[in-house]
Design a protein. Structure first.
Length: 88
């Protein structure tokens, strides 16, 4: 009976020792997956930002003013600014 307890205790200890490296490997893989996900999110954000930049470059001051919540009548004043600057 005593030998069975010894064998069971040895097996439990062996399983515990073997699970340590597996845990660390899994933790490392989780960190790596998180880093890849963060990089993908950064790339999507940069791409979206570039799209927004292109939209803003194509828009004139009046469109931007209205998009930001300005009233169309007030934003029409910007047309004079564009004409004075020569950017129509």
């Amino acid at each position: 009976m005593k030998t069975y307890l010894t064998i069971a205790a040895g097996a439990a200890l062996g399983a515990l020792v073997a699970s340590g490296p597996l845990y660390l490997y899994g933790k490392s893989q989780g960190r790596q997956q998180a880093a890849v996900a963060a990089l993908e999110a950064s790339m999507k954000a940069i791409s979206k930002r570039e799209d927004i930049d292109h939209e803003v470059d194509r828009a004139d001051l009046i469109d931007i003013c209205v998009e930001l919540g300005g009233l169309p009548d007030e934003c029409q004043q910007l047309r004079r600014v564009e004409e004075a600057a020569g950017t129509e």
